[in-house]
Design a protein around this ligand. Sequence first.
Ligand code: NAD
Length: 356
Amino acid sequence: MKIAVMAGDGIGTEITAEAVKVLKVLGLGMEMEEALVGGAAYDAHGHPLPEATLNLAKTSDAILFGAVGDWKYDKLERQFRPEQAILGLRKHLGLFANFRPAICYEQLTHASSLKPELVSGLDILIMRELTGDIYFGQPRGRRTATDGLFPGAEEGFDTMRYTRPEIIRIGRVAFEAARKRNRHVTSVDKSNVLETSQLWRDTMVELGKEYPDVTLEHMYIDNAAMQLVKEPKKFDVVVTGNMFGDILSDEASMLTGSIGMLPSASLNDKKQGLYEPSHGSAPDIAGKGVANPLATILSAAMMLRYSLDQAEAADRIEAAVKKVLAQGLRTPDIYSVGTTRVGTREMGDAVVKALG
Ligand code: NAD
């Protein structure tokens, strides 16, 4: 098992160190190699995703990724910005399936902006297609309008597109994931308005026939956004395209209250994956030793489960995280009166200890 460790920028280095610590204690004999990425790589090599980093990613079974970005790079040309590293890795490795679990831990129900009874026990998985849709569709650009309401005016345009094989491939991942959970898939589209979505829905209906043991439901994106805050627990696996998934996964993450708790995974068809917390590099708290490392530690658990076939070790990490929360340990982002405030390193140490 070869893991590429890419800590990145800001709190990325602090939180990744804790996840690596946890992985090492498991004693699974993994080979771990570090590489610069994002702003750190730009500073050292003039590019956010240097050739050596990309090669390491390609030859590894999985990438444990911290976070990239800092406001100081905002004035760089787009191709040199730290965030381009993630897009580059997704593209070069073909990471089309983005898993974003939103789990509300019992001890943290108060942190959600929803009523505790709505989120207590919440465990949903948002599955977002990551390499297609309007974000990548051509043609796109700016031009002078020749028709429409304002001919002669400047207009911007993008193209939403999906091919049937792209829909089938993400659909399969969703159905397979549902089989390991509560066997319920909600496919989200806008087929009442969009041709792309109609193809999405038709394809999902066809594919659903291969999974008679999984219940397939369809929902329009606007309704899904509403139902996620009205009755989130009625979802199990939600599968959708790139743009709708971008929005729904952030909405779902907020149901749990803390962005510092949410892992994510992006996989290709060879089960190679990039595992990272859902949050960014948090430059406002970088270097202060207060960042919550649990999202990254839980991302490492997902890496063990989905890319390395080490489900038992993944279970151990997840159980250890629940245990430290039950012990009342909290980084500042999840702190509440009556609990014990700890820093990044102490939280990592506590998880290691809780592994038993
Ligand atoms: P952010 O997620 O970095 O931070 C948002 C807020 O959440 C901040 O107040 C931060 O302190 C807090 N926060 C985030 N993670 C935390 C943690 N583990 N523990 C405690 N608090 C935490 O988003 P932002 O401020 O909009 O972006 C900062 C930089 O991160 C930008 O350069 C952005 O482009 C980049 N970014 C990177 C990724 C990524 O690497 N995948 C994702 C999102 C944003």
